[in-house]
Design a protein around this ligand. Structure first.
Ligand SMILES: Cc1cc2nc3c(=O)[nH]c(=O)nc-3n(C[C@H](O)[C@H](O)[C@H](O)COP(=O)(O)OP(=O)(O)OC[C@H]3O[C@@H](n4cnc5c(N)ncnc54)[C@H](O)[C@@H]3O)c2cc1C
Length: 525
């Protein structure tokens, strides 16, 4: 049976961060994720790099962490951050005492802010409601969570870590005071395997309590669902937040070719699949159009949900967005460390604290380097010949540490620079590169990496091209692969189907399901 120094469970931002941190300290690491990377909250969030302002009044500890970590991330992972800034604005119905409290709280937590007149705010964001009463500018930014997590995985691998997706932890064999063996299964083939770790890091997000239970220790986790709506096109220049205590529909985030509206907060009794509902979409759209009325004219192309793992002290909006590193030796298991809560923005800090504790268990005194070590060296954009030059900046920003290989695939393959997803401007070379990658097993995996199919046609025009790139490399039935993919996309489409998006979907049905006699499951989660 294979032995490893550290086993990290969970392939979200936190797990990826822990694997990278430990690998950079010279620890032998294996990371196992039961789905594709970003299967949990790391693939179901707004992609907001928090300045800390959102939490300054209610959750100052979390605000201070966000303020300092957002500076670190700008330094180590600039490729996946769009530094577009943000504004906080209030409306006549909002608490008039909040702006003063907000300003005092930003000052005391180190959140960078600047008061704006209404005119200045509308100069920065022309689409803001004419009704806004007060405004501040802050250092929020837009962050691509997939690029961040995959960049961390790539960098962890470069540092020697073994990182595997589609490996689901089934059980632990607990001996005298420690986990002796971990049994896992390939989620696609069903094949079982075992590993003998010296230390186990539980970074399973909302599922962390289930993992702890496998080791017969208790870890309380509050599970909370949040929904987001994707509107086609960019409706604001930067991020727009409502200047009030966080509630539903008060965040607008420009992201690649779209605008994301978020979010809701609904406690769940246990972690499970989370889907957006029509009611969520209606509420989010109503609230967001109060701050940016032009969003009402935008076309909702998709809705999605993520689940948060919150500290058990309170529920929903009242729960802190801070994090907790739990060492389970007091409960009788010496080599298990769990990490819970936090934000995408603070993943690196959380990972560092967790790795510190894991190293203590291993008897290693090496300290972490992730606050200094960039995810990829910034040698500036490459100068390329021909049509690739036009696309290079986008590819450079999208893929971080893996960008050289993607660019090479586009340059070397025949038709590599042909655009195959016109909504998201994805090149055939990008699809072909990732289709050949051992991590990619499904069309959804290909979408997560390249963004093909994420635009307004929701894969109507590029699904067959993606299929032909992937199908030749797998033994799976291509028709089933396409049906699975379209059934998965349906979950995000069904809550927004009206007007132009409904017409678009009807066209897609004629093009794909009609021609190829596909059967699509029209269920929710
Ligand atoms: C609606 C919403 C909006 C948010 N918006 C923002 C934002 O804009 N900015 C921000 O900074 N933060 C945001 N967050 C918070 C942020 O998304 C999370 O803090 C972060 O993604 C958590 O990452 P994680 O790795 O800890 O958990 P996850 O990403 O949930 O990862 C846990 C992983 O463990 C895996 N796993 C579970 N069980 C097993 C098993 N048995 N075997 C193997 N693997 C397993 C899961 O498949 C999953 O991939 C938001 C969260 C939500 C829910």
């Amino acid at each position: 049976m294979a032995r490893v120094e550290a086993l990290v469970i969970g392939g979200g931002a936190t797990g990826a961060g822990v694997a990278r941190d430990l690998a950079l300290r010279g620890v032998e690491v294996l990371l196992l994720e039961r789905g594709d990377f970003c299967n949990g909250a790391s693939g179901g969030n707004h992609g907001m790099l928090h300045s800390g302002a959102r939490y300054a009044v209610k959750d100052p500890g979390s605000a201070a962490d966000c303020a300092s970590e957002s500076r670190v991330l700008r330094r180590i992972a600039p490729y996946c951050i769009e530094d577009c800034g943000g504004v906080f604005v209030s409306l006549p119905e909002d608490d008039p005492t909040y702006p003063d409290r907000f300003e005092r709280a930003c000052k005391s937590t180190g959140v960078v802010y600047s008061p704006l007149t209404v005119q200045e705010a509308r100069g920065i964001e022309p689409e803001l409601s004419p009704e806004i009463r007060s405004a501040f500018s802050v250092n929020d930014a837009s962050l691509d969570p997939f690029a961040l997590v995959l960049g961390n995985m790539e960098s962890a691998r470069d540092a020697g870590a073994k990182v595997l997706n589609y490996k689901s932890i089934q059980s632990f064999k607990v001996g005298r005071g420690s986990i002796d063996e971990v049994i896992f299964r390939d989620a696609v083939t069903g094949e079982a395997d075992k590993v003998k770790p010296e230390v186990v890091v539980n970074a399973a997000g909302a599922w962390a309590g289930e993992l702890a239970a496998m080791a017969r220790v208790k870890l309380e986790v509050q599970v909370d669902k949040g929904t987001m709506v994707v509107i086609d096109g960019r409706h604001t220049r930067g991020l727009v937040n409502r200047l009030r205590s966080p509630t539903n529909g008060d965040i607008v985030v420009p992201n690649h070719s779209s605008t994301i509206i978020g979010t809701t907060s609904a406690p769940m009794s246990r972690p499970g699949p989370a889907c957006a509902t029509k009611e969520d979409v209606q509420e989010l759209s109503q609230q967001a159009t109060r701050i940016c009325p032009s969003l009402a004219k935008g076309r909702a192309v998709r809705a999605y949900a993520g689940i948060r793992a919150l500290s058990p002290a309170a529920t929903g909006r009242d729960a802190s967005r801070g994090y907790q590193v739990v060492e389970h030796s007091r409960q009788g298991v010496d080599n298990l460390v769990s990490i819970l809560g936090g934000k995408l923005t603070t993943y690196r800090l959380m990972a560092e604290k967790t790795a510190d504790l894991a190293c203590l268990t291993l008897g290693s005194t090496r300290s972490g380097r992730t606050a200094q070590a960039p995810l990829c060296e910034d040698e500036g954009e490459p100068h390329l010949e021909g049509s690739l030059q036009m696309y290079s900046r986008r590819i450079w920003r999208k893929y971080g540490p893996g960008r050289e290989k993607v660019l090479a695939a586009c340059a070397q393959r025949s038709r590599g620079t042909e655009v195959v997803c016109s909504c998201e401007q994805v090149l055939l070379g990008e699809l072909e590169h990732f289709a050949a990658h051992p991590d990619v097993r499904t069309l959804s995996d290909l979408t997560r990496r390249t963004r093909a199919g994420m635009g307004y046609c929701q894969s109507g025009m590029c699904a067959l091209q993606a299929l032909s790139s992937l199908a030749s490399r797998t033994e799976q039935d291509p028709k089933r692969m396409l049906e699975e993919f379209l059934s998965e996309r349906w979950k995000g489409l069904s809550p927004v189907l009206e007007g132009d998006q409904l017409r678009q979907e009807v066209l897609k049905r004629y093009l794909l399901t009609g021609t190829y006699h596909l059967s699509i499951r029209e269920g929710g989660c």
